[in-house]
Write a protein that binds this ligand. Structure first.
Ligand code: SF4
Length: 464
């Protein structure tokens, strides 16, 4: 061996043996001195590296959740920006359910969807309990019978404190539905009235009592922090009442007002929202109270009484499990793609009457999109396990997202310990902004374009 050959071999060995270099893909140039004798590479990973498996392991159906959207409500909350229609005629509801059945038939005839077994289902809206008892029973049966739902663990329906009559509750009890999510938002009558919410505190107490008497032992209450007219006193009353009624699951959202809503317009003239400082104080108050009463925080917004009350449907969806969305504006994550159905109810019905798919927008996620989606949905659950990221994507998370992680650490919104990235308490409050820090450049520029269009539309509306 010549002196030069010996040197090259030594350099290659150094590269080969260094653990540090193995973790750094850019420095991993060659294993050894190049040679033409090592054989033909035709796929990856090489067979000797594959673990043992079986036909069942590889081809067993993927677990998935189902979301069904019912876009009707009995009245319109002033802050609502969802794709809903209020006080619909019975014919309108029947036509929508018929379109929904067509979509279910379309989806279940798709071999990709067929290869999923349903573990959770969620009927949301809108207010699904605006349906008649017969329609609620028929819909829940349709979901169970159309999809492969033998391993259905959790089945949720949303309701409001004023829409749940005894006969509807009876229908729910007879179906496979085992979780109820009630849109309470506030226990203060004054705050509810200011936000065009129909119900009173007494209605909430009554509906919880009825749901409990029907044997339902997994209840979520949705609460909104920062509603119009909310004061420290009204918030304290809401938190005290919340703890008193002791739901298994609590979700606290911050009010986010979009310019097209009635509430937004009213806050430009006569009504006021609590300041940013007050909203944060309110969230802190609820957070402290819930934890001191034994609740466990599972996401930035969710608290559970005991581990068995974790919201499985949300947790699966946020841990990258497929989600099949049905109904107008429903979104899905299937086959590595994110997509959303058309928002308009008439368009939704029209497409399905022609046998066409109602999917309107969507994209197949690139490898980078998948990493960003993973990071965001883990942050919503308070923590990213760096080892899990490495296992899934083959990279160190801090190599891919160096600037974001450094700035979040510097701002005190995340900390790094035990090989994981954790939201701090402040990070929990600003979780959605923390997530937005990870958006890709393509998404950022598209968002700023659509923001400009939205501003022009708002300006035009204000001039009319
Ligand atoms: S109940 Fe929910 S979906 Fe219906 S109007 Fe109010 S906020 Fe919108």
């Amino acid at each position: 061996m010549s002196g030069t050959e010996r040197k090259t071999k030594q350099q290659s060995q150094t590269i080969l043996d260094s653990d540090k270099n193995r973790q750094n893909p850019e420095k991993r140039i060659l294993w050894e001195k190049p040679s033409t004798t090592r054989g033909f590479v035709f796929q990856y990973p090489p067979f000797p590296t594959l673990p043992e498996t079986s036909h069942k392991d590889i081809f067993s159906p993927e677990k998935a959740g189902i979301y069904v959207h019912i876009p009707f409500c009995s009245s319109h909350c002033s802050y609502c920006y969802y794709a809903v229609s209020c006080n619909p005629s019975p014919e309108k509801v029947a036509e929508y359910l018929s379109a929904l059945n067509t979509e279910i038939a379309l989806q279940t005839s798709n071999p990709i969807v067929q290869n999923h077994t349903i573990t959770t289902a969620y009927i949301g809206g809108g207010t699904p309990t605006i349906l008649t008892p017969e329609q609620i029973l028929a819909l829940s049966e349709k979901i169970r019978n159309s999809f492969s739902a033998d391993s259905l663990k959790e089945f949720t329906i949303e309701t409001t404190p004023t829409d749940l009559t005894e006969d509807k509750l009876q229908a729910i009890a007879e179906s496979a539905i085992n979780r109820m999510s009630i849109g309470v938002q506030s226990f203060s009558d004054k705050v509810n009235t200011l936000n065009d919410r129909e119900h009173k505190r007494e209605d909430v107490l009554q509906v919880i009592k009825s749901v409990r008497s029907a044997g339902m032992d997994n209840i979520n209450l949705d609460i909104i922090c920062g509603l119009i007219g909310e004061t420290e006193q009204s918030w304290e009353q809401t938190v005290n009442d919340l703890i008193e009624v002791s739901p298994e699951h609590v979700t606290i959202y911050f009010l986010s007002l979009r310019p097209q809503t009635k509430a937004y317009k009213r806050t430009q003239t006569d009504l006021t929202l609590p300041s940013e400082e007050k909203r944060i104080e309110m969230y802190k108050h609820a957070h402290t109270k819930l934890l001191s009463c034994g609740y466990i925080q599972t996401t930035a917004n969710c608290f559970i009484k005991r581990p068995e009350f974790e919201h499985i449907h949300q947790s699966h969806a946020w841990n990258s499990m497929p989600l099949i969305g049905l109904g107008n504006s429903a979104y899905s994550f299937v086959n590595g793609s994110v997509m959303q159905n058309v928002r308009s109810i008439p368009k939704y019905k029209k497409l399905l009457s022609k046998g066409d798919s109602p999917i309107e927008i969507g994209r197949r996620l690139s490898a980078k999109d998948q990493m960003i989606r993973y990071v965001i949905l883990r942050l919503k659950q308070l923590r990213i396990d760096n080892g899990d990221f490495r296992k899934r994507f083959g990279f160190e998370i801090d190599e891919i997202f160096t600037p974001q992680i450094k700035s979040l650490q510097k701002a005190g919104l995340v900390n790094i310990k035990d090989n994981s990235i954790n939201l701090t308490f402040d990070g929990t409050i600003y979780v959605d902004d923390v997530c937005r820090m990870f958006y890709g450049n393509d998404v950022r520029s598209q968002l700023s374009l659509s923001k400009q269009k939205e501003n022009v539309a708002t300006l035009k509306n204000s001039l009319v």
